[in-house]
Structures are given as structure tokens and as C-alpha cells.
Design a protein around this ligand. Structure first.
Ligand code: ADP
Length: 560
């Protein structure tokens, strides 16, 4: 991992704190170092300047003392030096190096380092100024200053002059080095002051550094704390917790960020609720559609089953129709013959027996023929169904006249509730009358005495692409139909009636007719609660498949 990668991985706090701290430390250290160095220099320069001034003054005043070697005068001159704190040693020697006066203690043998101090102005070594370090580590500055004597060469022009003369202006003044002054000043006090100043500077630097780091820490914390909070909340949000909020009450950029983030969470929350709502709706819709699909599938199976059975029945009916015709014909022929014989006076029991048998054969053959013809009708024979403008209410009234007598015999009341405003529809009146008759006779079979059967019509207005529908209901108070049977009642030959009473063709025939009219028939019932058959016929929509022959309504007998 290189440095850049390491830096990128660092926490925000580190990224802020480390560079600023480094900058602070470097800044404070550089400033302190610069100040200390400047102070050291100024302390030393002060001492050097004082020493130089001192040695210069003494040299100026020592000219006569050295010239005349008046030692007491020179000693007196040196006696002003001890008042100076850094003073260590001073002496005055003549030209030959003979000691004329000295003050203080000094041992040249103790010197460990002695080097010439560079001259500040010229940069050239000033051979008379030295830096000294003794073997015990003490530091000193040594000044050597010549004692100069000024002599005037008298010329003829100025021999008569009285008073002093000006050395600086007089071209005849000659200077001569007549002695030397050596002054040694201790650097101890200066070094102590420097050390003191250094300590103070370091202490101040450390204090400033400490305060700076403290402020920096608080500052970094003030920045990183809300960011940390933001990160925590983001983490929670990423785990799916949208009921959380960032609690940052700042008015700066971080506060704005927190506000925006809170808005983002709330819109996320709303979106999630919407999605959940969508999901719920979708689930409900899926359930709804699945049920509808199952129903449609069941209906499809039902209609396929019915049509398969219908085709089978049609085949059988075709095969039976002719032999049945033959049986019926021969039975009628034989019966006629027998009846003629009886009319001719034959009243034997044997003949009576044959007549009775043949009558049975004829009746049952007729019955069989009716069934076969129904079957053929159900199986869509080639004849074409004719549709005419039909008044449903009128068909129901007609049906009532057919069935009323039978219902009356069973003491069942027929209630007819017709909506007068229903429109006429295109239909085959004969077939519809057959359907209504079937439904009423079935209801009558299922109903006990003193109950009622209601037949109603109702118009449902146009919805969408449909022009509306006419609804016909046949409701009874009879035994009802168990749930498991409801699926089978429209199948051909399904009957619960005893042998000889029902053929199981009534509802399947009705089902076929209604489908041919583009409508539908359904049942609502529960055991013991009666049954309600509902037929819906579209007002305009007609099926193209109009190959069912119109039903001849001959008798109020059930066609099944
Ligand atoms: P069938 O009347 O010859 O039995 P259908 O096809 O007309 O044949 O009827 C089939 C079966 O449906 C009947 O056997 C009966 O079990 C049932 N069914 C029809 N209508 C009703 C009704 N209103 N109440 C009770 N059961 C009925």
C-alpha cells in the first residue's frame, strides 16, 4: 500500500488533524528558533559593543600613562572596569610587552579554544577580538586594543604657533603604537540570559502549541462529530431503517447537508410506502386475476366437456333416430292392427295384453324420439337459428301460461316481476321460451308445496364497449343445489332425479342456447336455501355461430 492509499484510508479526523498539527508545530518551532537566535545575537552584540567601547575609551586615556609608564595612573584607569558585570580581566602592556597594569585574574594556560571573532562589518577576522573557551567550559571574549601615541613633526611654518594642534587636520601628525590593552569579558551572564530567554521561548512555544492543538482538536471534533453522525445514520438507512433522522441543528454547510439528507430519507420513506402499497395492490390484483383465471379455466373446461359430450351424444342420437323411427312406426302399425282386431270383436285377453304392450312401446318410443331430437338440437344440427327482435318480457308471459297449470297443481305460486323498460333484443323466442320453461320446471321439481318461484327481468345499462344487457332470474325456495354438484348440472345427462324422471339434458340444452345468444347462465345456491339461476343476454352483441335450430315449443313439458 503506497502513501496515497494510506492517506485515502485515514479517517477524516486524522486527515484534518495531522497536517494542521504538523503545520502548527513547524510554524511555532521555526518562529521560536528564529526569535531565540535573534535574541542570542542581540545579547552578544550588546556585550561586544560594550566591550569594544570600554577598551576603546581605556586605550584613549592610557596614552600618557603608557608613554611615561605611570603604573598607578594606569591601574586607576582600569579600576572603573569591575563595575561592569561581565568584567573578568584587563591589563596594559608597553610596546615591548612589559606588563604595566592589570586587574582581575586570568590564566592563559586554562584556554582550550581560542579563535578570532569575525568582524561584523568587513567579514575579515579581527585579529584583536577572540572568542575563548576555557578547559572548564566557560566562555569569554578577549579584546586587544593598541594604545596609540600621536606625535607632531614641527615644520618651519608652524614653529611660532601657540596652543594645541588638531591631529586630525594636521598633516604632520605621526601615530605610533606604544602599548596594548587586553580586556577579557565573561560570557556567563549573557549565556545565562540567553538560556533564560531560550527556556522562556520554548515554554511559550509549548504553551502556544498546546493551546493550538487543543483548539484544533475541538475544531476538528466540531467538524467530524456531525459527519460521524451522518455516517451512522447513512449506515442505518443502508440497512433499511428509514424511521431515523439526523439530529444536527447547525446552520452551516453540514447543517444543510443534514437537512438535505433528512429530506432524502423522508422521500425514500414515502417511496417505500408507495412501493409497499403497490405491492399490496398487486398482490390483491394477482389473487383477483388468479380467481378470475381459474373461473375462466373452469368454464373453458366445462364448455369443452359439454361440447365433447354433445358431439358424442349427437353421434349416438343420429344412430338411434332412424331405428327409433322404425320401432315407433312398427309399433303404431301393429297397434293399429290390434285395435282393428279388437274392433272386429276379438276381446281375448291375449289381444288386450298385446294392445297394452304396444301402447307402452309407442309411448316409450315417442319419449325416446323426443330425447333424441333434443340431443340433436343440442348438438347443433345444420339448420340455422333465426334471430328476431324479441321482447323478453313477452316470452316470459307466454311461458307463464304454459307452466301455470302444473304449478297450481303443486300449490306453488309463480311471481313475475318484469322491468317494463327493458329493450328488445335479437334472439330466438322459441329457444328462449324452452330455456325459461326448463328453469321453471326444474324449480318446481325442487320446491315443496306452498312456496313460490319468482321470475324477474332487469336491464343493466351500457358499460364500456357493451351496449348493456338484459338479466333474467329464476328464483325458487326449494332444496337448493350442493356446491360440488353446481359444477356438473350443466353437463349433458347429469341428473339427480330418479330414473325415468330426468334425462339431465334440460340445463345443458339451456346452456347451449344461451351461449348461442352470446350470453351466459350461472347459478347461486346453497343446500336448503333454494336456487337462483341468472341469465345475462347482451342487447346487441350476437354470436356468429347461429346454427342451432329454433326450438318448437309444443308442450309445457320439460324438453330434458
Ligand atoms: P333433469 O332436470 O332432467 O335432471 P337438468 O339438466 O334440467 O336435468 O338438471 C340437472 C340437475 O340439476 C337436476 O337433476 C337437479 O339435480 C339439478 N337442478 C336443476 N335445477 C334445480 C333447482 N332449481 N333446484 C335444485 N336442483 C336443480
Amino acid at each position: 500500500m503506497n502513501l496515497l492509499q494510506r492517506v485515502t484510508r485515514c479517517k477524516l479526523r486524522t486527515k484534518f488533524a495531522v497536517p494542521i498539527a504538523l503545520l502548527l508545530i513547524t510554524g511555532i518551532m521555526t518562529t521560536s528558533w528564529y526569535m531565540i537566535t535573534r535574541q542570542e545575537e542581540s545579547f552578544r552584540r550588546e556585550l561586544e559593543t560594550s566591550g569594544e567601547t570600554m577598551v576603546h575609551i581605556i586605550a584613549k586615556n592610557a596614552e600618557s600613562g603608557v608613554l611615561f609608564e605611570t603604573k598607578y595612573e594606569l591601574k586607576d584607569l582600569l579600576s572603573i572596569l569591575p563595575s561592569f558585570e561581565a568584567f573578568t580581566y584587563a591589563n596594559i602592556t608597553n610596546k615591548e610587552g612589559v606588563l604595566l597594569a592589570e586587574l582581575g585574574k586570568w590564566d592563559d594556560k586554562k584556554i582550550s579554544i581560542k579563535r578570532a571573532k569575525p568582524n561584523k562589518e568587513t567579514g575579515i577576522d579581527a585579529s584583536h577580538d577572540f572568542f575563548i573557551r576555557t578547559i572548564d567550559g566557560k566562555e569569554y571574549i578577549e579584546y586587544n586594543h593598541p594604545v596609540i601615541s600621536y606625535k607632531e613633526q614641527l615644520s618651519r611654518e608652524n614653529l611660532g604657533m601657540t596652543g594645541g594642534f588638531d591631529k586630525s587636520t594636521s598633516p604632520n601628525v605621526v601615530t605610533e603604537r606604544i602599548g596594548n590593552i587586553r580586556l577579557i569579558l565573561s560570557l556567563k551572564t549573557v549565556n545565562e540570559s540567553i538560556a533564560d530567554a531560550r527556556r522562556t521561548a520554548i515554554l511559550m512555544a509549548l504553551t502556544v502549541l498546546f493551546l493550538a492543538i487543543l483548539i484544533l482538536t475541538l475544531f476538528v471534533k466540531a467538524i467530524t462529530k456531525p459527519v460521524k453522525k451522518l455516517v451512522e445514520v447513512t449506515d442505518q438507512v443502508s440497512k433499511g431503517d428509514l424511521d431515523i433522522e439526523v439530529e444536527i441543528k447547525q446552520h452551516d454547510e453540514i447543517g444543510q447537508l443534514a437537512n438535505t439528507f433528512n429530506k432524502m430519507i423522508s422521500s425514500l420513506r414515502e417511496s417505500r410506502l408507495e412501493i409497499e402499497e403497490y405491492n399490496r395492490n398487486l398482490e390483491e390484483k394477482i389473487v383477483e386475476r388468479t380467481v378470475a383465471l381459474e373461473e375462466a379455466q373452469a368454464q373453458l373446461i366445462q364448455s369443452e366437456k359439454i361440447s365433447a359430450i354433445g358431439q358424442l351424444a349427437a353421434g349416438v342420437a343420429h344412430e338411434l333416430n332412424n331405428p327409433l323411427g322404425g320401432i315407433l312406426g312398427y309399433a303404431q302399425f301393429a297397434l293399429e292392427k290390434m285395435k282393428k282386431r279388437a274392433a272386429n270383436g276379438d276381446d281375448s285377453d291375449e289381444l288386450k295384453g298385446y294392445i297394452q304392450y304396444l301402447t307402452h312401446i309407442e309411448t316409450q318410443s315417442r319419449r325416446c324420439k323426443a330425447i333424441v331430437q333434443n340431443l340433436l338440437r343440442f348438438s347443433r344440427s345444420s339448420r340455422t337459428t333465426e334471430f328476431v327482435e324479441t321482447d323478453i318480457n313477452q316470452i316470459i308471459e307466454d311461458t307463464r301460461t304454459f307452466v301455470e297449470h302444473q304449478l297450481h297443481m303443486k300449490q306453488i305460486t309463480l311471481v313475475v316481476e318484469l322491468e317494463p323498460t327493458i329493450p328488445k333484443i335479437l334472439a330466438n323466442p322459441g329457444q328462449l321460451q324452452q330455456v325459461f320453461t326448463n328453469l321453471i320446471i326444474n324449480a318446481m321439481h325442487a320446491s315443496p308445496t306452498d312456496t313460490q318461484i319468482t321470475i324477474k327481468t332487469h336491464f343493466s345499462p351500457a358499460v364500456g364497449e357493451f351496449d348493456g344487457a338484459v338479466e333474467i332470474q329464476v328464483i325458487d325456495e326449494g332444496e337448493g343445489i350442493p356446491q360440488e354438484i353446481q359444477k356438473k348440472i350443466f353437463e349433458p345427462f347429469f341428473t339427480t332425479k330418479e330414473v325415468g324422471k330426468g334425462t339431465g339434458l334440460g340445463l345443458s340444452l339451456s346452456y347451449g342456447i344461451i351461449r348461442e345468444h352470446g350470453g351466459e347462465i350461472r347459478v347461486d345456491s346453497a343446500p336448503g336455501e333454494g336456487a337462483k339461476f341468472t341469465i345475462t343476454l347482451p342487447v346487441q352483441k350476437l354470436s356468429d355461430n347461429t346454427d342451432i335450430s329454433p326450438k318448437e315449443i309444443l308442450t309445457p313439458e320439460k324438453s330434458g
